[in-house]
Write a protein that binds this ligand. Structure first.
Ligand SMILES: O=C(CO)COP(=O)(O)O
Length: 226
């Protein structure tokens, strides 16, 4: 996560992937006559050493980190417990965490959505010391990068249950103040209806963040105020 901007009505966190982070720094350095070839070499090195170290993010003044993304859970076998441990460590280093949870299509079709996201949330909640620094991102795996967005009703149902879970297991104040955002094929066309749901507090946007419609998605933050 490189940048946090508050644009009056919305907080916008930009989260370039690793090479994007390096190239963002490259843009900065080239403006100061830094040698671009060195930057490319630096980029390769950064990829090799990985930018996932909490300490490196802190050193680079990068305040936010995504933990528990379904790609890492699936491809790197990150368990709920491991995700919880990473959340604890990131928080202990002073980072702010966007913690992802979400069910696969099979889990949804078998009716276990809530059990799955509750177990994922429990593993995270057990390790959180300061909820001010945590955002929960509900990202149904079947909706990520597929163009198959959850309906507003589906998103609201899970967000509402998650808030209830927080209320019962963590506390009423935390349940009320914790931001629960939705991710999975959010775009300029569907963002307003999703943002209007009472328990949807924002979005984690992938593909559409690279397009002009990202501006419309940011503006959807005003939907509930109007
Ligand atoms: O999780 C996401 C990005 O990591 C969401 O991606 P999309 O908005 O492209 O579905």
């Amino acid at each position: 996560m490189l940048l946090l901007r508050t644009v009056g009505f919305a907080k916008v966190v930009l989260l370039p992937e690793k090479l994007g982070i390096v190239l963002s720094f490259a843009l900065f350095f080239t403006a100061h006559d830094f040698d671009l070839l060195s930057i490319v070499y630096l980029a390769v090195n950064f990829m090799f050493f990985s930018l996932n170290s909490a300490e490196m993010l802190v050193n680079l003044s990068i305040p936010w980190v995504i933990i528990g993304h379904s790609e890492r859970r699936a491809l790197l076998n990150e368990s709920n417990e491991f995700v919880g441990d990473k959340v604890a460590y990131a928080l202990s280093q002073g980072l702010k965490v966007i913690a992802c949870i979400g069910e696969t299509l099979e889990e949804r079709e078998s009716g276990s959505t809530m059990a799955v996201v509750a177990a994922q949330t429990k593993a995270i909640a057990g390790k959180v010391t300061n909820w001010d620094n945590v955002v929960l991102a509900y990202e149904p795996v079947w909706a990520i990068g597929t163009g198959k967005v959850a309906t507003p009703a589906q998103a609201q149902e899970v967000h509402c249950e998650l808030r209830k879970w927080l209320h019962e297991n963590v506390g009423g104040d935390i349940a009320a103040s914790t931001r629960i955002i939705y991710g999975g094929s959010v775009n300029g066309a569907n963002c307003k209806e999703l943002a209007a749901q009472p328990d949807v507090d924002g979005f984690l946007v992938g593909g559409a963040s690279l397009k002009p419609e990202f501006v419309d998605i940011i503006k959807a933050a005003t939907v509930k105020k109007n």
